[in-house]
Design a protein around this ligand. Structure first.
Ligand SMILES: Nc1nc2c(c(=O)[nH]1)N[C@H]1C(S)=C(S)[C@@H](COP(=O)(O)O)O[C@H]1N2
Ligand SMILES: [Mo]
Length: 257
């Protein structure tokens, strides 16, 4: 793999046949649209059509490039649609990388929010101290890549307000999250500072139920469901990219408007 734009040779049909399983696997991992041929890919990536590892690596790089462009054109002032409270789904619809019966509730009294990275005041926060901060509420649509969605009413502290309060370097690129269920996640700073990005503690006016992230979860109105980590335990402000749970499996990191 030398350059993205090196003209490709016409791929050998036998090689195409041999690499069909690799294409299927790239498709499953969401790196490839259905229907694109290995020949077209070889042309696109400048890789040898026989080298599916190189093509995979090139696609990962395209995907990261695409992420950077999307982050660049994100409009931090443009608001996502909001809805009347009458449309709110109660209770919300559950999802995680495991079944709802396997949720391990977090003990709110012993819980602490740990802070690290480019932050002046890195002292951990209790749930009581967070609840004493000014709160906002929003009724927004949650969209899961699995193909379902619902309207939810979330309240909590705007993440941007919280970041400024703790003296975070808001020129840093990323805000990373750790969770109680080992579901790392990261978002771009523009999204973190967006007015509709909340550190949510309540749903439909009540304390978050355990399956939905008690005591603290992220709710952003501009990103897909998987970019909204539940059961947050730690926040880091950093310039270093680290992929989240689904990004490691091939999902696009930006995954938002
Ligand atoms: N900690 C954690 N957060 C998570 C997940 C998870 O598995 N673990 N799943 C994500 C996915 S894929 C979706 S669609 C939403 C679902 O949130 P909900 O159960 O509040 O609807 O949570 C996201 N946040
Ligand atoms: Mo999801």
């Amino acid at each position: 793999m030398k350059s993205f734009f090196r003209p490709a040779r016409r791929p050998d049909p036998a090689i195409l046949r041999e690499h069909r399983p690799a294409i299927r696997s790239l498709q499953r991992r969401g790196l490839l649209r259905q229907g694109i041929s290995l020949g077209a890919l070889a042309l696109l990536t400048g890789c040898d059509a026989g080298d599916s590892d190189a093509i995979g690596a090139a696609l990962q790089r395209f995907s990261r490039l695409n992420d950077r462009v999307q982050a660049w054109i994100f409009d931090p002032r443009k608001l996502a649609p909001t809805y009347p409270a009458s449309m709110v789904l109660k209770p919300p619809r559950f999802n995680a990388y495991y079944d709802i019966t396997e949720v391990k509730p977090v003990d709110g009294a012993g819980w602490r929010l740990e802070l690290s990275g480019l932050i002046e005041d890195r002292a951990p926060w209790t749930a009581t101290r967070l609840a004493a901060l000014p709160q906002e509420e929003m009724v927004i649509r949650h969209i899961c890549v699995e193909g379902w969605d619902y309207i939810g009413q979330w309240s909590g502290v705007p993440l941007g307000d919280f970041l400024r309060r703790i003296g975070a370097d808001t020129r840093a690129r990323y805000v990373n999250f750790q969770t109680a269920d080992d579901y790392p996640s990261s978002i771009d700073m523009a999204t973190a500072l967006h007015p509709q990005t909340l550190l949510a503690t309540r749903y439909a006016g009540e304390e978050l139920p355990d399956p939905f992230g008690y005591p603290l979860r992220l709710r952003t109105s501009t990103k897909l469901g998987f970019k909204n980590p539940k059961w947050i335990t730690a926040i880091e402000v950093t310039n270093h990219y680290s992929p989240g749970y689904w990004e490691k499996l091939g999902f696009n990191w930006f995954s938002g408007l």
